[in-house]
Design a binder for this molecule. Structure first.
Ligand SMILES: [Zn+2]
Length: 85
């Protein structure tokens, strides 16, 4: 499977949309890698580390959400669980 993501597609959500993308700086890349490590997201971590920051773009909203530790959850889906009440 080819995992190449072209510029124009968000590195976090992988969705190609008309929403404006922010090009990652080296610092921004490191922040995302740290967040991926905390979130046990090996797929994203390896992907980020395999790329050059200059070739990575993300949605501003995705980066903000992903790097906000308050929003990091171990659950992949936390809004439709049977225990939600
Ligand atoms: Zn995105």
């Amino acid at each position: 499977m080819d995992t190449v993501i072209n510029i124009g597609r968000c590195a976090i959500c992988g969705i190609e949309s008309t929403e404006s993308l922010t090009r990652l700086t080296a610092k921004g890349l490191q922040t995302l890698v740290d967040a991926a490590v905390k979130d046990d997201d090996d797929t994203l971590k390896h992907y980020l580390l395999s790329q050059q920051s200059a070739s990575l773009s993300v949605h501003h909203s995705c980066r903000r959400q992903y790097t906000d530790t308050r929003n990091i959850s171990k659950l992949s889906s936390d809004d439709d669980g049977p225990s939600a009440k």
